[in-house]
Design a protein around this ligand. Sequence first.
Ligand code: NAD
Length: 297
Amino acid sequence: MAQIAFIGLGNMGLPMAQNLLAAGHQLSVFDLVPAAIEKAVSAGAQAADSAAVAVKDAEFVISMLPAGLHVEDLYLGSDGVLASIQTGTQLVDCSTIAPETARRVSEAAESQGFDMLDAPVSGGVGGAQAGTLTFMVGGSNSGLEHTRPLLEVMGKNIFHAGGSGTGQVAKCCNNMLLGIQMIGTSEAINLGIANGLDPAVLSEIMQQSSGGNWTLNVYNPHPGIMENVPSTNDYQGGFGVDLMLKDLKLAAESALNNNVATPLGSLAKNLYNLHSKSGSGKLDFSSIIQLLKSPGS
Ligand code: NAD
């Protein structure tokens, strides 16, 4: 069983840590929020007063933080992970951050003799709880094989995207496509309703036709068509508008840095931004269908 330092026990990190504990691993945990540490402790983890203390004797460091600046601060800060770990510690960041930031941090780790993977996830809080996340891993093959048994506790699908940063690139591309698809599906359903179609009938037709896609198959944005999806639950739970907006901003930043045209990605970013600014930031991202509704419909 491995000695793991787990940093960042939020919506995603806590259930991931709980699954590692349930599989018999030893966890030393740290979060800025004491209540989050307490929850992990009650599942069997050891509390640490700081990230530096948590990582001191770890064989693996796993982090699950909100954004790139938190990751840079955690690993590169003066009292950070790189300054505190023992020789041979494997580093794994599961946060969703810019590919460029992931590469910068992993290069700093490598320059000090450490192997670091970027391993962002897809599958949301439900997937984190069930241990069925998809991991998109960037970094060395040997680092991935060393870490695979832990990833298999937390996830179902583990993809090696390529070298450092490519896990984040894959995550960016996937979520940009998802954001665009949700808008396209919403527009089509709104158009059908405005023309007198039953949205359930239209959804079934499109599902079986060339417009079929993941949002129609498992995440219909119109309330009442599917059970157990956020749209049928007042857009509560699921994947928040603000998280989708964050990922679309990362995609736009990466497109700019690499001189790639992503006009639909930019438009999707602007629409989710408008939706967030109108007070819907905490709703599930499928609520974008409401923003796109014509007045009175
Ligand atoms: P969250 O805000 O619930 O949790 C982040 C945790 O990190 C918080 O508990 C916070 O206190 C802690 N933290 C921040 N800075 C810290 C530091 N320096 N040291 C220790 N702890 C620190 O976020 P989340 O929903 O768990 O998401 C985490 C990451 O996973 C994000 O990058 C997000 O984009 C990504 N993600 C989230 C989902 C989702 O559905 N929530 C899905 C896929 C990917």
